[in-house]
Each structure stands twice: as structure tokens, then as C-alpha cells.
Design a protein around this ligand. Structure first.
Ligand code: MRU
Length: 387
């Protein structure tokens, strides 16, 4: 099924961006991940259930915040930018239903603590809702719900534009005939556009610069093997899936030119929280003199988190490690250590690619400079922060 009707659901009615530009960035997106269902069929948030991929494309209709909260916790919808959309559309859903909107925003924000976009998206929609409630007290609830939905759509449109800008900026860092190693899943499944790190690899593929995408399987939930391979295959990219533990010997053999990952939260000092295993890749990349590049929208930078220690790392159920596809693989009663993310210090990050430009070196100073740059939604920026 084509994606465009659904993207229209997300993007039309967005007041603050150039709609044509936002849509133009998404023509080649071949999956749709989140859409808003208007009354009378809705209100609801319809999600592509990522837990069922790649075997089947099944949609989940979340008619209340409890259902959306559960979908987020189970990773039916996931990845930092997409969680921002889920948080914002979730707040709109609560508003349309007449629920306690502040409580809904708080509940959704708690669902996954590391990906800052989730609380950021919920918070933005809540702020717009509350401002509208104060401005129009008579029939405020309906108008305020529409305002929250407009904000969610605006976040989606800005994310699509950011994704395109990240791809354009990041492409400059990709050498000819590049063999790129990536971790977890950072493509159209996590974005209203084509993603972050994956969008750069896709741009390299389209311009003939990609020789091979190495896809870490990404234990324990296999976002790489299941989701990145699914997206790479659909795009016709040359790719191979490897066990996470094979990255070391692959780099030692000189078969990786660039490591490219996304981020769930970037602290003010440039520390990067991303899917567990990312830190190991950064250490390996430094040892083997391979550039380690992170791609993320500015919304993933949390200027209130001073450093990596200030980032809460989500710990998940031990069964995700001790079981595989529903069957136990460790002796009954085994305990497990299952952090969903790890934190890579800024000194190991060669560059951070954002929609506003490439930050290099990654440090508190360069990030502060980036944060102060004017927001330029819907355009590809020409800012390069290098000092
Ligand atoms: O636990 P997940 O699947 O939500 O983790 C996702 C990641 O770690 C991604 O790399 C990150 O969100 C960046 S998405 C552009």
C-alpha cells in the first residue's frame, strides 16, 4: 500500500511549514508508521506494529492513551523522532477524547525514559493545548484539541524536513564506495521522513556512493536484523546483517569506512545515548581509526542534561535477554542485565549531523553554538559548525 494518503493525513493542515517542501522530502518513503484517524472513525492514532516486522505489516489502532502507552512500551512504535510524534499525537488524542490532557502527557512521557523526543513532543502539544484553553474559554476544549493536533502535525512536518536536511548534510561525510556500519534502526520507521543515520546511508546509495551497508543485528530485540534490513532491502541497498560481536573483527579487517548511528538523547556536553552496543562501536571505531558519526535532529539534544550521567538509561525486562522468540534460551531463574541504551562520551564522536549542520568537534561549546542558531524549518541549512 502506498504511503502518500497517510502522509497527507499527517502533513496537511500544518500551519507553520512550507507544505510542498515538507511533502517533497517524503515522496520516496515506502512505509507509513503513524497516522491520525479523524472522527467519526477516530479519534485514534494508527501505528504500523513494528514488533511484527518484517514478517507482516499489521496496523494497531490506539483509541486511548492507555493503548498508545502500551504500544510505546512494547516498541510497537519506537525510535527517537517517531516517539516525539507519538507523544504529541497521544496528547491530541487525549484532548479529543476529553481526558485529563496533562495526565496523559505525563503518562506518555514516562513510557520510555531515555528518548527525549517523547517527553518533548508530548510537552509541546500540551503547551499548545493549555495556551488555547486559556485563550478561548467558551468552547475551549474542542478548539484546544484542534490546536494540539495542529502542533503534532507541525512536529511531523518539521521532522520530515529535518530528516531531508540531515541526509544532505551527512552525505558530505560519506567517502566514495563507502562501507558503512550502522546499529539499531534509524530509517523511515522512526521518522516522518526517511530517518536520521539511515537517511544518510540512503542518500549515499542513491548517489552511488554506498558500496555496502553493514547492519548490526542489534541484540536483544533485533531492530537491525528485523527493521533496518527490511528498510534496506526495500530501498535496493547492498547490505549484510552481522552479529553485533562481529563488528570488531570486521573493523580490524579494514572493511568499515564509517560508523553511522542515531541517538535517543544527546546531553549538553555531546554525550550520546543510543541503543545498547553503540558505545562499544565507538570504542572500536576509535581503535581502528574509523570515523564515528551520529545523526539526530536538534530536538534530540537535551540542553538540560549537563552530561551523560544526567541521562536516565531505560532498563527493560530480563526476558528480552533470557528468551528468544518466546522460547527460553537461559536456564530458568537466570537473572539478566538489560539496559536498552548506553552512553558514548563526546570525545569518541567524530561529528554530529543535525538539520542545522554538521557539528565537529562535538563539545559543550559547539553544541551551545548550534542550539543558538536560528531554526530554519523546511529548508536545508548551509551551516557548518567546525571549530
Ligand atoms: O529501543 P528503540 O528501538 O526505540 O531504540 C532506537 C534507537 O536506539 C535508535 O538508534 C534511536 O532512537 C535513533 S532513531 C533515529
Amino acid at each position: 500500500m502506498g504511503v502518500l494518503p497517510y502522509l497527507k493525513d499527517i502533513f496537511l493542515c500544518c500551519p507553520c511549514v512550507d507544505r510542498t517542501a515538507a511533502l517533497a522530502h517524503t515522496w520516496n518513503v515506502t512505509t507509513h508508521v503513524l497516522r491520525w484517524l479523524e472522527p467519526p472513525d477516530g479519534p485514534a492514532v494508527v501505528l504500523l506494529d513494528q514488533t511484527r516486522l518484517p514478517a507482516e505489516e499489521v496496523y494497531l489502532t490506539c483509541r486511548d492513551v492507555a493503548a498508545l502507552d502500551d504500544a510505546i512500551r512494547r516498541l510497537a512504535v519506537r525510535g527517537a523522532p517517531m516517539l516525539g510524534l507519538a507523544g504529541a499525537f497521544g496528547v491530541a488524542l487525549a484532548a479529543y477524547r476529553g481526558d485529563d490532557v496533562a495526565a496523559a502527557a505525563a503518562r506518555l512521557s514516562r513510557a520510555r525514559p531515555t528518548a527525549v523526543n517523547l517527553s518533548w513532543g508530548a510537552g509541546r502539544a500540551l503547551a499548545v493545548y493549555e495556551a488555547a484553553r486559556q485563550a478561548t474559554p467558551d468552547h475551549a476544549k474542542r478548539l484546544a484539541a484542534q490546536a494540539a493536533l495542529g502542533e503534532a502535525r507541525s512536529i511531523a512536518a518539521a521532522d520530515a524536513a529535518a530528516s531531508a536536511a540531515i541526509a544532505a548534510h551527512g552525505l558530505a561525510l560519506v567517502p566514495e564506495q563507502a562501507r558503512i556500519l550502522t546499529h539499531c534502526n534509524t530509517g523511515a520507521l522512526v521518522s516522518a521522513g526517511e530517518g536520521t543515520a539511515f537517511a544518510i546511508a540512503l542518500a549515499a546509495h542513491r548517489t552511488g556512493r554506498l558500496a555496502r551497508l553493514w547492519v548490526d543485528e542489534t541484540r536483544p530485540l533485533l531492530q537491525g536484523a528485523r527493521l533496518t534490513a527490511y528498510e534496506a532491502g526495500k530501498a535496493g541497498m547492498s547490505y549484510a546483517v552481522l552479529p553485533d560481536s562481529a563488528a570488531a573483527s570486521l573493523m580490524a579487517a579494514g572493511r568499515v569506512d564509517l560508523v553511522l548511528t542515531g541517538a535517543d538523547r544527546v546531553a549538553a556536553d555531546g554525550s550520546v545515548a543510543n541503543k545498547v552496543g553503540t558505545y562499544a562501536l565507538a570504542v572500536l571505531a576509535r581503535h581502528h581509526r574509523v570515523p564515528f558519526v551520529v545523526a539526530a535532529p536538534v530536538s534530540t539534544i537535551d540542553f538540560t542534561a549537563a552530561d551523560g550521567a544526567a541521562i536516565t538509561v531505560e532498563h527493560r525486562a530480563g526476558e528480552e535477554v533470557t528468551c528468544f522468540a518466546g522460547a527460553a534460551i537461559a536456564p530458568a531463574g537466570s537473572s539478566a542485565y538489560n539496559p536498552a541504551f548506553d552512553v558514548t562520551p563526546a570525545e569518541l564522536v567524530t561529528a554530529l549531523v543535525t538539520e542545522r549542520g554538521v557539528v565537529r568537534p562535538v563539545s559543550a561549546g559547539t553544541l551551545q553554538y548550534l542550539g543558538a542558531l536560528p531554526e530554519r524549518q523546511g529548508t536545508i541549512g548551509d551551516v557548518s559548525v567546525e571549530r
